[in-house]
Design a protein around this ligand. Structure first.
Ligand code: NAD
Ligand code: USQ
Length: 406
């Protein structure tokens, strides 16, 4: 198949591009490299040394003989160029990773809120719009988030996208409906993913586009089978307070002896998936498209749920570092349960990696290897969700006089 990977230079996109290329697909990456500019804006860098996209492609070709093409294009702003590119390259499938994906970054300031909304909504809409206009019948596989459901504790399992409800009619009888699960985003970033869902619903029904939306949990780990093949193919690894995600942050904090930064009570329960499984699930989704005219296919792309404080304890047990309970910079529930249905991927025969599979040690080893690249001052999470939360932020958890648990 010819597969275009939008955002293929990023943390999920790069290993997915290599995986698809290794499976024999013809792959083109479309990326505006905005994530590399955001590193510069924030004054941080990936823990792992990332080569330029051109150098990465050269090494992949040298190692495997496979070409991965690269097109520098801003999906949110270069609509006409994108349309021309689409007509020229003619993909069979498009994987859409190309959005600003950090909740803390999206909450930093009004400027960051505006950027995240403009970038994410325009990028998604431009892809949909261009598919209709060019009449290219590519299956669109979008990376959404578990966060569209919110994390309220209702005690029921979160279904894969749709909720079956009964609505009372005027005559008192009941009618069955299947509706998108009510969305409850917890940040501007998560809000853009909720809005994406409505755009997908409209374009699937109005233009018969074939769309799959993957509601993905927090991705952990860094290496996959392909990125391990050469030092220069190594994946991005974010550890800073804006882009680093919780388990990867704890693993690197443990590796360098930095106290584990638990927000609030750490009773937040979240869904997780290893990066190796992300790439496999994306491939499985590509090869199982919905029919034209069908509703959007939605998968919950996650493996298991964990409480933040339990993850911290697991990492503390492995590394011997302290846990620090910090005032939460986010407006979110301190404690929540999360039960998630993920039968669809399991039904496709995918055997998913769990935390108990030993791969946490691989991340700790990588973090120790590149520990010299860590700027400890960039570890604290300093984006507040509102003025009150911002006023309580602890800028130096190491020196802060807070409850520490070893
Ligand atoms: P990332 O920031 O590492 O990669 C995103 C890539 O998209 C970057 O290379 C960036 O330059 C590119 N991009 C952004 N806007 C663009 C635009 N307008 N035009 C062209 N390219 C653009 O993020 P990631 O962690 O790889 O996440 C990829 C996708 O998966 C995101 O949509 C994210 O919401 C979703 N997701 C990620 C996680 C996670 O834990 N990382 C979890 C669930 C869902
Ligand atoms: N947290 C801590 N300490 C930290 C960092 C985070 O306690 O040092 C807590 C946060 O307060 C939050 C939880 O851990 O309660 C998860 O935070 P996160 O940064 O790991 O994840 P999140 O902001 O939800 O975003 C990430 C990705 C995003 C994706 C989402 C999937 O950046 O792209 O959509 O995970 S999900 O969480 O399932 O919505």
């Amino acid at each position: 198949m010819k597969i275009a990977v939008m955002g293929g230079d990023g943390f999920c996109g790069w290993p997915t591009s290599l995986h698809l290329s290794a499976q024999g697909h013809e792959v083109a990456i479309v990326d505006n490299l905005s994530r590399r500019w955001i590193d510069t804006e924030l004054g941080v860098q990936s823990l792992t040394p990332m080569d330029s996209i051109q150098e990465r492609r050269r090494v992949w070709k040298q190692v495997t003989g496979n070409d991965v093409e690269f097109y520098l294009l801003d999906l949110a702003r270069d609509y006409e160029r994108f349309k021309k590119w689409l007509l020229d390259w003619r993909p069979d499938a498009i994987v859409h990773f190309a959005e600003q994906r950090a909740a803390p970054y999206s909450m930093k300031s009004d400027v960051h809120k505006t950027y995240t909304v403009n970038n994410n909504i325009s990028a998604t809409h431009n892809v949909l719009n261009a598919l209709v206009e060019t009449q290219i019948d590519a299956h669109l596989v979008h990376l959404g988030t578990m966060g569209v459901y919110g994390y309220s504790t209702v005690g029921a399992t979160i279904p894969e996208g749709y909720l079956d409800v009964k609505i009372q009619k005027e005559d008192g009888s009941m009618v069955d409906q299947s509706i998108l699960y009510p969305t409850r985003p917890g940040s501007i970033y998560h809000m853009t993913k909720s809005l994406d869902q409505i755009m997908f619903q409209f374009y699937a029904q109005n233009d018969r586009l074939r769309i799959t939306d993957l509601h993905q949990g927090i991705v952990w780990g860094t290496q996959t089978e392909q990125t391990r093949m050469h030092e220069q193919l190594i994946n991005r690894f974010d550890y800073d307070g804006d882009y680093g995600t919780v388990l990867n942050r704890f693993l690197i904090q443990g590796a360098i002896g930095y106290p584990l930064t638990v927000h609030g009570t750490g009773g937040q329960t979240r869904a997780f998936i290893h990066i190796q499984d992300t790439v496999k699930c994306v491939e499985a989704a590509i090869t199982n498209p919905p029919e034209a005219g069908e509703r959007v296919e939605i998968f919950n792309q996650m493996t298991e749920c964990h409480r933040v404080r339990d993850l911290a304890q697991m990492v503390a047990d492995r590394t011997g570092v302290d846990i620090k309970y910090l005032p939460n910079p986010r407006q979110e529930a301190d404690e929540n349960d999360l039960i998630v249905a993920n039968e669809k991927f399991r039904g496709l025969g995918l055997d998913l990696i769990t935390l108990s599979d030993g791969l946490m040690n691989e991340v700790i080893e990588i973090a120790q290897k590149y520990a010299y690249r860590v700027d400890r001052s960039r570890i604290p999470a300093v984006s507040g969700w509102n003025r009150e939360r911002a006023s309580q932020i602890v800028h130096d958890p190491v020196k802060a006089n807070l409850k520490a648990v070893s």
